[in-house]
Ligand binder design. Sequence first.
Ligand code: UTP
Length: 296
Amino acid sequence: MNKKVRKAIIPAAGLGTRFLPLTKAMPKEMLPVGDKPTIQYIVEEAIDSGIEDIIIVTGKGKRAIEDHFDNNRDLEENLLKQEKLELLEKVRACSKIEIHYIRQKEPKGLGHAVWSARKFIGDEPFAVLLGDDIVQSEKPCLKQLIEQYNKSGSSVIGVQQIPENETDRYGIVEPGIVNGRFVEVINFIEKPKLGTAPSNLAIIGRYVLTPEIFGLLERLEAGAGGEIQLTDAIQKLNKIQKVFAYQFEGKRHDVGDMLGFIRTTMEFALENPEFGEEVEIMMKEMLVEKAKKFVY
Ligand code: UTP
């Protein structure tokens, strides 16, 4: 019987340089998508997947994340006085979840951020969720991976197909035997140069890993971009125990760069049951306005 996946790490100590100057004083994990910050979607996915304990790896300038998941008695009392009960419920829901925090003293890379949480995890399998992707799916994305872990007892990495001309932005999988959505992995390659990628199966920020990864991370040297890369450690792990990829079902929204973020914000606004229709009208009006500028 495989050990249960109970704990999750959410690394959130990166500098968010792709969003500067927006992220100079505000964590990129707190950028709003609809009525929630991006990290709340990630925390909710973990909880909905059966995770019992969450640790967020934070760094300099990330206090807003802790405040978001903390109690805010003054705000709650105010909402109660004004009888804004629906809002009160939403605010309370954020602080109901118990979250642990650890600081990564320097942003040395995703691998280093995961390694920073090793004492919290101990000797059991665990999940990693990155805030760069929000996944909308019937069954939570992480839950799909955990089910695969439960069957195989092996580390399982979430992947999806991406366009060929974007393979230099992702960790890419060289597939072996493919069994439906479950893929044997020969190699993991971090950000291969365009035209050299062995497939278009990209790692999408959801992982179930065995604790042996920590020993490998400890000895790992900096890789692409001068950072300690989680993908490099997973590649090493794959040499000592089998690691599989799983093509999860669901719509993935890339909120890790500006264009993806803008697109996601627009999609969520359009889907909003309260004001989606009005947003659609607004967008159409804007396009008409824009087109008019070119008519003389
Ligand atoms: P990213 O590379 O997408 O995040 O790392 P970043 O470094 O904040 O963004 P850019 O590239 O400068 O714009 C993926 C995830 O890993 C975390 C980030 O917070 C993000 O959630 N991370 C990255 C860390 O926690 N520590 C690090 O040293 C690096």
